[in-house]
Design a binder for this molecule. Structure first.
Ligand code: AMP
Length: 218
């Protein structure tokens, strides 16, 4: 299965992506995680994108598409993948369509997580991420770690993403509405969009997503 997961920042894309990818036995490809890994490893790419992430802007399309294409071409993604945070604008969607066409593949679904804006702000304010692996995500109220400040999965240090601070969150929401939301209509025209509510517990949302995906009834 080839799936795009979309929705505003704070919808729970990262959390759901990890769980859904596991259930569907496909790799979870998060462009945000890939950028953060490059930043923490001080790579050239990391240096190039660090300030963009800090300010909540979008990394230029050619950089993002090249990085995502590279990851999608790895052998573990041959039979499918779950894209999280990519594509994030129409140009990236068109680039992805072009890549898939070249590879003789197509998307199976675009899963759109819907969440009210007040909830987004609450979720992001309490979010804490593991410094060792940013796909390990916790929330101070909704899914606190067993030990404060320590990742349950690997013992890494938990921190608040710099772009999760309030003014950056507002910027990221504005970018979402302006740049990313239009991809939903783009994919709707291809009959691919499945919208589900992202409210409720983490397992409830996972279950809802599994039931909504094509050929994968719960
Ligand atoms: P995320 O973890 O998906 O919230 O992404 C964190 C940040 O990484 C975003 O605010 C952007 O600065 C950058 N980023 C992630 N994915 C993309 C993308 N597809 N296009 C451009 N920038 C991206």
């Amino acid at each position: 299965m080839r799936i795009v997961l979309t929705g505003p920042p704070g919808a729970g894309k990262g959390t759901q992506a990890v769980l859904l990818a596991k259930r569907l036995e496909i790799p979870h490809i998060s462009t945000g995680d890939l950028f953060r890994a490059n930043i923490s490893q001080h790579t050239e790419l990391g240096k190039q994108v660090e300030s963009i992430l800090r300010e909540g802007g979008l990394v230029p399309d050619e950089v993002t598409v090249a990085m995502a294409a590279d990851r999608m071409e790895r052998p573990d993604a041959e039979d499918g993948f779950l894209l999280d945070g990519f594509p994030r604008n129409i140009a990236q969607s068109e680039a992805l369509d072009g890549l898939l066409r070249d590879w003789g593949h197509k998307l199976d679904a675009v899963l759109d997580l819907e969440v009210p804006e007040e909830e987004v702000v609450k979720r992001i304010a309490g979010r804490r991420v593991c410094r060792t692996d940013s796909s390990h995500v916790f929330h101070l109220d909704y899914s606190p770690p067993r030990q404060e400040g320590v990742c349950d999965a690997c013992g890494g240090e938990l921190y608040q993403r710099e772009d999760d601070r309030e003014d950056t969150v507002r910027k990221r929401l504005a970018v979402y509405h302006e740049e990313t939301e239009p991809i939903i209509d783009y994919y709707r025209a291809q009959g691919l969009v499945v919208t589900i509510s992202a409210l409720g517990t983490v397992p409830e949302v996972t279950q809802r997503a599994m039931a909504a995906l094509p050929d994968r009834g719960a």
